[in-house]
Write a protein that binds this ligand. Structure first.
Ligand SMILES: N[C@@H](CCC(=O)N[C@@H](CSC=O)C(=O)NCC(=O)O)C(=O)O
Length: 294
């Protein structure tokens, strides 16, 4: 497909293109080597991409989401268009991999890839979302959208995707310029969602789980000065916070202990929904734009 931002690589199909805030939203499908399935992601190209290279903000979504939830509900495109930043929103797991049990619950399997590379039998062939988001997705974006400068990248996410954003940034501080999260699962080795996902994807060895735990990574490898200040937004009326699924205080403490700048904002009365995300997304996109465009 020819466009001012270049033609899509041969192995990437553009399923739809929609004008948005002077830019373009493109829903893309490609065959993934990491997951051995088709994967879908949506790219927002700001108006500036028509004439110059733009940096990119990846957004990792939470449990049950596809690429659509963020694009349709967060309202990030307006500020991304203004600041000249591309957005890339991938799906949250392989779909239709045919793994036994992948559709039995909403917090494991389909829609719940947890941004890990599974090592357990049955899952390790397809559930490789860490490799997908850190390697294959940026390469696919670079190949099909040359106006997107994937060497200038930041990452944000929500809930399971907040965990994903923090982990990919902490494990690759050279690849991302900044990281932020909404309602993140900050210490998955200690919460029910994390224990279920990590035992299923990674097995019994809890040392392997820690490689995908933001708090453990900060304690062991932090600080990460190149990431600048981490921005965390959390709603005080979030039922998953009170259920002990998120544990932001552990990450905040680890950042304090290691001297990592981190701003944790407890937003009074907000819940876990996209109404919360849309209320504060502008602050996140702006923070990333400041770092990406500096
Ligand atoms: N299936 C449950 C709850 C599902 C849910 O709340 N998902 C969140 C992410 S939770 C952590 O990763 C989400 O982003 N949902 C999509 C949305 O558009 O709100 C239920 O149905 O109650």
């Amino acid at each position: 497909m020819a466009s001012s931002s270049g033609g899509a690589a041969a192995d990437l199909e553009i399923k739809s293109e929609t004008a948005c805030f002077g830019g373009r939203l493109l829903k893309c499908v490609h065959q993934s080597k990491a997951t051995k399935t088709q994967m879908t992601f949506t790219v927002f190209l700001p108006p500036a991409a028509a004439s110059s290279a733009v940096p990119v903000l990846y957004y990792l979504s939470g449990l049950t989401c596809t690429d659509d939830n963020f694009i349709q509900k967060a309202g990030a495109q307006r500020i991304a268009a203004l600041r000249g930043v591309a957005l890339v929103a991938p799906d949250t797991s392989p779909r239709g991999a045919g793994v036994a049990g992948e559709d039995e619950g909403w917090d494991f399997g389909t829609g719940a890839g947890f941004y890990v590379d599974a090592t357990e039998a049955g899952w390790k062939e397809n559930y490789r979302m860490y490799a997908y988001v850190t390697e294959e997705l940026p390469a696919a974006v670079a190949a099909s959208f040359p106006a997107v400068d994937t060497s200038k990248a930041s990452v944000c996410g929500h809930s399971m995707g907040g965990h994903g954003a923090l982990v990919v940034a902490f494990r690759n501080p050279d690849k991302y310029r900044s990281v932020s999260a909404f309602s993140a699962i900050c210490n998955p080795v200690e919460c029910p969602w994390g224990k279920k996902a990590f035992s299923g994807y990674l097995g019994k060895d809890e040392a392997a789980w820690k490689e995908y735990d933001a708090t453990e990574l900060m304690r062991r490898d932090g600080p990460f000065p190149s990431l600048g200040k981490i921005l965390l937004d959390q709603g005080s009326a979030d039922n998953f916070l009170t259920a002990g699924q998120l544990i932001p205080e552990a990450l905040v403490k680890a950042c304090e202990d290691k001297g990592q700048p981190c701003e944790m904002r407890m937003q009074d009365g907000y819940d876990h929904s996209y109404f919360f995300i849309s209320s504060f997304i502008e602050d996140h996109v702006s923070m990333h734009a400041d770092r990406l465009l500096a």
